[in-house]
Ligand binder design. Structure first.
Ligand code: CA
Length: 232
């Protein structure tokens, strides 16, 4: 059964989210604080996804997100915030969240996003379709689809699931300018409601990880007003 951690101090909201997730067939771990959330992860083991409120007593949702991501590159993380500021969104995504929703939010939309994240994570599950090539090579880079690790000149680079999927898309389309909407669709799925800025944030993070000089990228090139192109 897929397991989701829900960290929210407002009990009515937490219960609403947990109830809906359980009705959709998820196992839910509930916590009213970041500290409690980390404790649960420690005692109960890993989750497939986490829904984290930003404003929490004690440690906030951003720090919690960072702490969870340090231990687990695969978990899907959605940040919930009452603030609709763009800055918050960018911050959430740049510290390792996969998605972001602003309160008040629709529960059915949250469920759709959790479902999309869990489908990508599919920890230990049988892949939906057999992987034709388990290793893809591009220049100094090797993408191992079996272990889901990217290597640069033999050195492993830790990627989140979203980052890995963007790399897969690049490796499948070397030298091709990919429009941002296509990257969004390819990684987040057709019925994703978010906006294309999430692509830019993930690209920025990928560049920090794989480029020698992230400000002068040689591998993930910007195609102005369009999208990105992979140069292996
Ligand atoms: Ca709160």
């Amino acid at each position: 059964m897929r397991r989701v951690l829900v960290v929210e101090d407002e009990e009515s909201i937490r219960e609403l989210i947990a109830l809906n997730l359980r009705m959709a067939g998820y196992e839910v771990l509930e916590a009213g604080s970041a500290e409690k959330g980390l404790e649960l992860l420690g005692s109960e083991g890993k989750c497939d996804a986490a829904v984290l409120d930003v404003m929490l007593p004690g440690m906030n949702g951003f720090s919690l997100c960072e702490a969870i991501r340090r231990d687990d590159a695969a978990i899907g993380i959605i940040i919930l915030s009452a603030k609709s500021m763009e800055q918050d969104k960018i911050r959430g995504l740049s510290i390792g969240a996969d998605d972001y929703m602003t309160k008040p939010f629709s529960v059915s939309e949250l469920l759709a996003r959790v479902e999309a994240l869990c489908r990508r994570v599919s920890r230990g599950a049988v892949p939906e379709s057999p992987v034709p090539e388990s290793r893809m090579v591009s220049g100094r880079f090797v993408l191992d689809q079996k272990s889901r690790v990217l290597y640069k000149a033999g050195q492993p680079i830790d990627l989140t699931q979203v980052e890995f999927q963007i790399m897969e898309l690049f490796f499948q389309n070397p030298g091709t300018a990919l429009v941002r909407e296509k990257i969004l669709e390819g990684v987040w799925g057709d019925n994703y409601f978010g906006d294309v800025k999430i692509v830019d944030v993930n690209i920025r993070r990928l560049r920090m990880k794989i480029e020698d000089e992230p400000s002068k990228p040689e591998h993930i090139l910007t195609v102005w007003g369009y999208g990105y192109r992979w140069n292996g």
